[in-house]
Design a protein around this ligand. Sequence first.
Ligand code: GDP
Ligand code: IMO
Ligand code: MG
Length: 431
Amino acid sequence: MNKYNTMVIVGAQWGDEGKGKMTDVFAQTSDVVARFAGGDNAGHVINFNGKKYKVTIVPSGIFNPKTINVIGNGCVVNLENLVSEFEAIKNSGEKIGKLLISDRAHLIFPYHSEIDAAQEDARGEFKIGTTKKGIGPAYQDRVSRMGLRVGDVALPNFKEKLKANVAYQNKFLKAMFNKEPIDFETVYKNTMAAYEKIKSQVIDCGLFLESAIKEGKNVLFEGAQGALLDIDHGTYPFVTSSNCSANNVSLGTGISQRWITNIVGVVKAYCTRVGTGAFPTELKNEIGDQIREVGHEYGSNTGRPRRIGWLDLVALKYAIRISDLDEIFITLLDVLTGFDTLKVCTHYTLNGKELTSVPATNEEYEKCVPVYMDLPGWKEDITQVKSLHELPQNAKNYLEMISKICEVPIAGFSVGPDRKQTVLYENKFNK
Ligand code: GDP
Ligand code: IMO
Ligand code: MG
């Protein structure tokens, strides 16, 4: 057994790998579930007892009434959206856990979303395809030290600070994009009304998590987005604005990295990507369309059709390295049922030379040609499979090949969206 009982779940591709589902599964044996990055650009879908829920900023452990769910300081929080999401969850009739919010998390205001949308329009053909939730502009304010944090709202000078920020951003919106000004009084009123509803849930996240870990509680960290969308290590500039790999757990929650154990990457059995940016294994054909329909690959947040590609082991190995993954968990394996042949990308060629890692620039990445290995598919319905040995041999071979090429153990696999459609070889997290 590990000294500390912590676990990290992160996306190992371009997001939407099934982190919400896996966090919900592991949350059934967690005392605490903490988000450490991103905002309501995330869309995490959870299915149980025939019901389907989506969370964007509330951690995916919320449906275990015994968990305490924490929004870490590394997240950016739109208070109004947080309150309406949490109220909808409270009104769902489900028994739910507690929700706490870091006093150091930065706030997203309506001007951030306006700027996000205006910047996207201005980028024209170079648009990133953001969720327009104001994520980039909010993180930008954090770095430029004009951001306002959850803990600032209670201060006597908050109104003054917010007024100055609204005035500044209105000038920017007018000068750069000829946009109408945002009304300060409305922003202030809505912020205070939302804050009033959650103020008793605001905590010092690092202090809280450190004592939970030291008390031997099961603490699960939930990532958002995926390694290839990481601001530093992802496919820049077609990335999100936070570090969404596992390296950011300690900074994004305020605990020492020495407490972090069991880093599990969630990996879709194929690849998807929403938004712009190079995608070497993309399938712009009927195979891609079939996977999109069978896998319901439409953004849970924005409804956009996801781009589909064969499993890319170069990108996966890169994610394993930058997130230092101990294990990977394969999701949506059922979606690959029915193909005669499955392809997996083992390396790229760039200008005629073999490449085994992800290049730094999008320009080079666009030119990478995937080199595939063919594997025989399987036809049997696997959606009710409960153990590895029940899988068709070719599905087992598919998993084994991933593990072998990536030199990483597989923690289990998922054969459908429901909490129960999960095969976990060993729950190391469950004390
Ligand atoms: P996240 O952002 O990583 O939490 O992933 P999303 O929730 O955005 O997207 C994953 C989608 O796949 C959701 O609709 C899940 O309900 C669904 N899903 C998760 N695991 C499986 C699986 O094993 N099979 C199938 N068919 N769907 C799954
Ligand atoms: P989850 O947690 C997939 C993508 C957007 C865009 C880029 C930047 O559900 O896996 P942003 O709004 O963050 O500035 O957009 O990142 N993106 C995601 N793609 N899943 C997500 O979250 C994403 N969050 C952001 O589509 O390409
Ligand atoms: Mg998602």
